[in-house]
Write a protein that binds this ligand. Structure first.
Ligand SMILES: O=C(O)CCC(=O)C(=O)O
Ligand SMILES: [Fe+2]
Length: 408
């Protein structure tokens, strides 16, 4: 196995362009190639949106626009077509960490977890030990207050430096997106050690650093417990050093997403279809639905369960699991009445690590299976994004071996 376990020098996400943070861009990533000419929708509001690239959607929403500026209108084939609240809803499989900790119940919970990772790529975690009314509630609250700050205050954290431990911005990649997404964000690197990055996080609201640092530590503990269980459920232990790295030195990036109420939600998205790049993503959301998961060829709207984390498999975990676990497409829809806040925490190995299928799965001595993915690392990911290949398929598809049968 080729995941080394030397020190983690740079967070995987601190080196990458804003739009690829934690994402293998798919679907709409090439929307610019097939953009229709500017359309009439929202022309009335074009003036109000003249500085949309700079100021973002919170600014537009606060300005009280009633029609969507053309820059946000997706090509017809990519539009959600209806408000997210009108979509088919799904209650994700529940993984109860409280039961996981009871020896007599562990096997049953692992079975649920394994089935969710294989079939859905998504599940929700309850009884995770993070105080729902404490650390988690405070995180959502301070996140909402950050986006309520005057624009000038938020703008202090805009940065073209993709290595910056804090970045404020809008859309998916505000510099390049031909069609903008209805999202503003604050990205906070939590690369261990956390104490080294916290002093560069926003100092306003005054409690942001303390609250976000407490939440990040708690989130990381949940990640370690879940990823360990997900490996155990697969029948392997990450003994090649991957578990140790994930637990102690892996990359950790937190993105706070703000999706304001949108005047024409059926024409745009808060985030385009994508899969996440790393091992696991843990999402904390308020009680407004927005996340949609591709399942059985249909976009399903995830029912927010108060106090739970939505967890999904990322590309690295699909590769490491040799295709058993699925990194699934998801997107974010918006609605016309209720703003939404989510906090996505992306966890993976360090940027310099090579990720390939776990040696324990391929080991022929143990009746191993054929390798279904090429090894990958961060440089490969960036090269792929810049390549012609990157325009036609997903990053994950680019790592699949042509002859591989990934159907389990
Ligand atoms: O806002 C959400 O619920 C999900 C966000 C997401 O998919 C991401 O940040 O990668
Ligand atoms: Fe995502």
């Amino acid at each position: 196995m080729c995941i080394a376990c030397s020190s983690n020098k740079l967070s995987i996400y601190s080196q990458i362009p804003i739009e690829v943070t934690a994402m293998a861009i798919v679907g709409l990533s090439n929307a610019g190639d097939r953009l229709p000419p500017k359309r009439a929708v929202g022309d009335d509001d074009e003036a109000a949106a003249a500085d949309y690239r700079l100021k973002g959607v919170r600014h537009l929403s606060d300005a009280g626009i009633t029609r969507l500026p053309g820059k946000y209108v997706l090509p017809a084939s990519d539009r959600p077509g209806r408000s997210v609240s009108a979509g088919t809803r799904v209650k994700l499989p529940v993984v109860d960490l409280g039961r996981l900790r009871v020896p007599s119940e562990r096997a049953a919970v692992l079975k649920t977890l394994e089935a969710a990772c294989r079939e859905f790529g998504f599940f929700q975690v309850v009884n995770h030990g993070v105080d729902v009314d404490g650390a988690a509630a405070r995180m959502l609250d301070v996140a909402a207050r950050f986006f309520e700050l005057p624009f000038q205050e938020r703008a202090r954290y805009m940065s073209a430096d993709v290595r910056a431990p804090v970045r404020y911005g809008t859309s998916f990649n505000q510099a390049n997106d031909a069609v903008l997404c209805w999202r503003d964000f604050l990205k906070l690197s939590c690369a261990p050690p956390l104490r080294d990055v916290v002093p560069s996080w926003p100092d306003s609201p005054a409690d942001l650093r303390e609250v976000a640092a407490e939440y990040a530590s708690a989130n990381r503990r949940v990640f370690v417990e879940v990823v360990e269980a997900a490996l155990e459920a697969m029948g392997i232990g990450g003994g090649d050093g991957v578990m140790e790295e994930l637990a102690t030195a892996g990359s950790h990036m937190m993105t706070v997403n703000c999706y304001p109420a949108c005047p024409q939600p059926e024409l745009t998205l808060g985030m385009p279809p994508h899969s996440d790049y790393g091992f696991l993503t843990l999402v904390l959301q308020d009680d407004v639905e927005g996340l949609q998961v591709m399942h059985g060829g249909e976009w399903l709207t995830v029912d927010p369960v108060p106090g739970s984390f939505v967890v999904n498999i990322g590309d690295h975990f699909e590769i490491y699991s040799n295709g058993r676990y699925k990194s699934v497409l998801h997107r974010v829809g918006v609605n016309s009445t209720r703003p939404r806040i989510s906090v996505a925490s992306f966890h993976s190995v360090g940027a310099e690590r090579v990720v390939g299928p776990a040696a324990e799965l391929l080991d022929q001595g143990r009746g191993g299976e054929p390798r279904r993915y090429m090894d990958t690392d961060f440089a490969t990911f960036l090269a792929y994004l810049a390549s012609a290949e990157g325009k036609h398929k997903t990053f994950l598809q680019s790592r699949r071996l042509a002859f591989a049968d990934v159907h389990f």
